[in-house]
Design a protein. Sequence first.
Length: 338
Amino acid sequence: MPDVHAAYNDALVRSQNAQLLLNLVRMRYRDTPYFVDVTSVTNQQSFAGTLGFGTDLGIHPDTATSTLHPGVSGSFSVTPTVVYTPLQGEAFVRRMVTPLSLYTVLSISTAGWNANRVFRLVVDRVNDIRNAPSAAGPTPAIAPAYRDFLALAEAIRTLQQAGALEVAPVRVNDAESCVFVVRSDDHDERIAEATKTLQRLLKIAPQGSYTIVPFTGTTEPNQVHLRMRSVLSALYYLSASVDAPPEHEKLGLVTVTKNPDGTRFDWNDVFHKLFHVRTSPSNPTLAFTKTYYRGHWFYIADDDLDTKSTFQLMAHLVSMQAGAPAMTAPLLTIPAGR
């Protein structure tokens, strides 16, 4: 019996990747995103076989001979049926628009993920440092503030790589909180410079540890206040990195963001080494995932490892927040072999 599990797995992964990319492209065009989930995969297996015999009879003057020819043939087929269920309803929408928890975000950062990547994707604000807040919705017309946040995220990443940053969960006034400890090292220029950047941007005094709390609108000395994005806001944020064909820009199908002086704003400055969705009039050959939309191909290059990592993180967050779909009537049941 052929092993079909690997083929199923590969097909489902490619389908889920294409769906996430398609929704990012839709959001770039301010079209409505829509998610479905695979709730079951079943298959029917069938075997068929035949056994036959044939003979050749030869007659000669002195003798008669016959030859027997046996024949065997068989076939095996698998017909998979995939059941898709829409992710919708009040519970799903609420999870998608509710900001991620502080502990979840910091846990991801300390579980091996690049802290620069995590913070840029899901943190909207740290104290007074804003991370392109206007990009947490449909692509804005005016360039967002983001440069100080990029410097902050890079400093945090430097401390993380040097092993000079530790995070531990605590509770402050019965609320979710964390403490992060910065190990100073005047003999290591990288750590010393990153620590100074952290203290300067966040306006906190030099000390060994700081309390991280959810953003409430007011700040306390030497506390670090984080405001998280929701999964939906993170998706909108990434959608701003989707390249659009020039003709679509001319038709006004997408927003072209401008600097205060009226010049074109380059979103690659915001998403450098984080995320980039390219477009092509023809089917791209070296694509990690791709989708066809409004007459053009949109894709993630297979050698763009930074974008692939961010895409993977975003897929995890969507799955985590989506939860188990309600067992209602399926959106679509597809006998995939027909």
